[in-house]
Design a protein around this ligand. Structure first.
Ligand code: EPU
Length: 415
């Protein structure tokens, strides 16, 4: 599939935000902590979610998915994670915590690198080791020996989102109490904690620490996933970059404070309501620098979109990514549209640019949405190839953009 984007003068209207991908993935992994039925609502229909279903099925679960509601049933039988699925989905490492705390053993293919740069899992493994897990590596797989996990005091060397989620799940069914310090506090993790608590887990959070009292069994739960703050941020930045008044429904403004602050500084007017935001872009955009960091700092997932927005700013702006310092693979592609951007010592420097359409290749999920929005700003026609990256993380992206008046469509790539 490729995306066809034509110059669009402005966006207008309303867009409804879907359930959060990055909350749904760990919550689906957490269903492995019980053999009872779980019903999870507001689950976005995405490639990454479907791969997670395949993974859960391999481990013994039965899945029914209809109208964004998933029913997960069945006993966790198999603790072996196949390489094919691990390669397809990095978040598959999230089943390690639940599997080890339930079964005490497992065999997981090592995840590879990805377009965002090196992505080690040492923080996950160090935490699991502190809880008593031990493993050896054989033919690209980590083999965990039969060992019941015990509660432990773990201080993360960096507040990794995935490691925090893995360890919270592991601690929920381990024996004894765990204290996880210097942990991540992203809203998706708080949503996972809410789900674990609904399953009967005992979790207390204070600042960047979590205290978890393990219990041998958790029960089923009926739960609704939070709205996707990165999807909301994407449409907010689409409106700011392309222009036009857009209303974002179903978003949680509290989760978007860092973005809203920077947008206001750049001149965007934002009317915040309980569950919606109205975005009114300025006539002249001020250049604003951003540095990404762990929540509540500016999210790394929105930096490629901020870069595209800053192409219309009257002056020079800069981006530094503290989470994925190499997340600038999209820059060379945007340059092909005429974007005046350059990387200097891992800082992206952006100048006001007039864009003209050409062929681009998406390199990751957020780069894909950034390229499509840049394509709407550019004169003429832009083709964005490798759209599969987009389908991994956005539900009905083209449909939602079209509803806002964007001139976009999808086409099959001719072989
Ligand atoms: N890191 C380590 N060792 C580890 C784990 C992480 O060095 O054991 C490093 C990473 O290499 C990276 C940094 O720590 O430089 C942050 O990684 P983190 O573990 O926090 O990220 P993640 O759990 O792999 C999640 C999201 C990403 C999002 C990041 C940062 C999911 C499924 N993925 O990844 O989302 O960018 O947190 O907020 O929740 C996306 O949705 O497009 C996406 C990439």
């Amino acid at each position: 599939m490729l995306g066809l984007c034509f110059h669009t003068k402005k966006l207008s209207g309303r867009v409804k935000i879907s359930g959060s991908k990055n909350a749904a993935l760990p919550i689906l992994a957490a269903t492995l902590l019980t053999d009872e039925k779980c019903v999870i609502r507001n689950v976005p229909d995405l490639e990454d979610v479907r791969i997670t279903f395949a993974l859960l099925r391999k481990m013994g679960k039965r899945i029914k998915f209809e109208n964004n509601t998933v029913e997960v049933k069945g006993r966790l039988r198999n603790g072996a994670l196949p390489e094919k699925l691990v390669r397809k989905l990095r978040a598959s490492v999230l089943v390690m915590g639940p599997v080890l705390s339930r079964l005490g053993e497992g065999s997981f293919a090592l995840p590879g690198g990805c377009a965002l740069g090196e992505r080690p899992i040492d923080i996950h493994l160090k935490g699991l080791k502190a809880m008593g897990a031990s493993y050896s590596v054989l033919r690209g797989r980590m083999l965990f020996r039969n060992q019941r996990l015990k509660g432990a005091h773990i201080k993360l060397s960096f507040p990794s989102v995935g490691a925090t989620e893995n360890l919270l799940m592991a601690a929920s069914c381990a024996s004894g109490v765990s204290l996880i310090e210097n942990a991540a506090v992203e809203p998706e993790i708080i949503d996972l904690c809410r789900f674990l608590k609904a399953m009967g887990a005992s979790i207390k959070s204070a600042g960047s620490s979590y205290t978890v009292s393990g219990s041998p069994v958790l029960g089923g739960a009926d739960f609704t996933v939070m709205p996707d703050r990165i999807e909301a941020g994407t449409f907010i930045l689409a409106a700011a970059a392309v222009g036009g008044k857009v209303r974002i429904d179903g978003a949680e403004p509290d989760h978007l404070k860092a973005l809203i602050k920077k947008l206001k500084a750049s001149g965007v007017k934002i009317n915040e309501k309980a569950n919606s935001l109205i975005i009114i872009p300025p006539k002249i955009t001020k250049p604003i620098n951003i540095i990404t960091g762990p929540y509540p700092e500016f999210p790394t997932d929105l930096q490629p979109l901020w870069a595209v927005y800053m192409l219309r700013a009257a002056g020079v702006s800069r981006i530094k990514d503290k989470i994925f310092p190499a997340r600038f693979m999209y820059v060379d592609e945007l340059k092909r549209l005429g974007a005046a951007m350059a990387l200097k010592n891992a800082v992206l420097v952006i100048n006001k640019s007039i864009l003209s359409g050409t062929n681009l290749r998406a390199c990751d999920l957020r780069a894909a949405s950034a390229m499509i929005i840049a394509g709407l700003m550019a004169d003429g026609q832009t083709r964005v190839y490798e759209l599969r990256h987009l389908f991994r993380g956005y539900e009905n992206f083209f449909g939602k953009l079209r509803k806002l008046g964007a001139n976009v469509s999808m086409e099959k790539v001719k072989k």
